[in-house]
Design a protein around this ligand. Sequence first.
Ligand SMILES: O=C(O)CCC(=O)C(=O)O
Ligand SMILES: [Fe+2]
Length: 260
Amino acid sequence: MQATAAEFFKLPIEEKKKYAMASDDIQGYGQAYVVSEQQNLNWGDLIYLQIFPSRYRKMSYWPTIPEFKETIEDYSSAVNKVAVQLLPNISVILGLDKDGLHGLHQEIMQGIRMNYYPKCCKTDLVLGVSPHSDQTTITILLQDDDEVGLQIHHQTGWVPVKPVPNTLVVNVGDVLEVWSNGRYRSIEHRAVTYEKKERMSFATFIVPDQEVELEPLDQMMDRHYGPRMYKKIKYGDFVRHSLARKLAGKTHTEFLKIET
Ligand SMILES: O=C(O)CCC(=O)C(=O)O
Ligand SMILES: [Fe+2]
């Protein structure tokens, strides 16, 4: 997987641009969440591809590197198995039936964002990815074994997520925060840059269908869990709202909250 992605990222920029994200799309090569020419860009290259259901794939964005398609499909199928094992467990924690979360998604959508962070000589000035939470139910992340790039926000500071070899990191996203009425908060995270070495990471996003109406589950709003904290919003509208703004900590999640 890493080797195949590296093949893509080391292509000349003109080659990579053949897969450039259209301005009204989220799939393809480029940077999302860019809303102004004044904004500081992130020190990284990325390509985002929708994987499942396969009818949403836009093959014009898939690099035609040998083995690319097979490698992404094999990796994504393996990660999908992890996701469909995790969701029933999270469902039970939320007081739902085993199949509850699966049902709430209508259809489970899976996409992959491949990130490449080149070496950087101004690591104190630029970030690989600005602070944000993911607009997902969960994100399943594969990162390089030998570098600490990912950091999570905890209390007043940033805590590095030290890679454990052959291990995936699972992050809670905004969708789970809403369904759980804030009991499981989406994690604010960022990626830092390195001077000595490049880094890659692969984030698999597990999200509901665009048409799903997001709102806290009934059983997460009671005397024990407290009053309703989040508005009702169509998942697709939430994503469109987020894409029109730059990444800035948990501001996207704050938008979902009921104003008090
Ligand atoms: O590179 C990383 O470890 C984080 C990437 C990330 O947060 C993302 O792609 O959403
Ligand atoms: Fe992220």
